[in-house]
Design a protein around this ligand. Sequence first.
Ligand SMILES: [Zn+2]
Ligand SMILES: [Zn+2]
Length: 269
Amino acid sequence: MIKANFHTHTTFCDGKNTPEEMVLAAIRLGMTALGFSSHSYSDSENYGLKPETIANYRSDILRLKEKYRDCIEILLGIEQDVTSDPLDFPYDFSIGSMHGVHKDGDVFSIDHCEEIFVQTVTQHYQGDYYAYAEDYYRQLADSVLKHDPTFIGHFDLVTKFNEGDKFFDESHPRYQEAALNALEVIAKAGKPFEINTGAVFRGCRTMPYPAPFLLKSLHEMDGKIILSSDAHSCDGLLFGYEKATELAKSCGFSTAVVLTPDGFREESL
Ligand SMILES: [Zn+2]
Ligand SMILES: [Zn+2]
């Protein structure tokens, strides 16, 4: 099984453990690589890096990279939100993630809580969840072309509160067309997609992102995947990797990529 994770949060943003605690846990798990990805600074969100903590974040990860270089490969990355300014630092990698939809001159959180999700659609989309999803995917695809991230985080985060089609039908042509159009744009740009188990670990969902129909289409487009736990604590580091591997195989994949200092390397599932 692949034992590497490149989506890791710490006390520098909204994680529970320090970077060093995460490194020690990763070594105990026999992991080969660990990539740190604090949330980027954003005016509209308060859980990311702050201008005054960014330098400390970088230096702490670089210190650990050196200290544990004989035990594990450590990479310095960032989870780059679409609402953040373009990167001005040569991180080892960046994750392109969208946590808020721009609408009516404001930004509305997609994943903070169900209440905000419903309120946004009710007040700004006249209750039309498909119009909301269309905006989400259009803005996500645009941002990938703008920020040029290394890979894509939780592609269909817009479904976080929609398990069991609670608010909208994920087999509806309007939803599927919006999602597949963005998938194609991003896959053509050569960006791997996460299979992200983080929300399953936190008990918000029963299945990782993205949905099987998207993974099957991605495979048909010759797209790439990367396993990711979106860990916010030591006990989440490799959570759900067996399930994610099974899901990937059932959608046609036989390999996933892992990050190295020299770029992606493909590994068997
Ligand atoms: Zn995220
Ligand atoms: Zn994350």
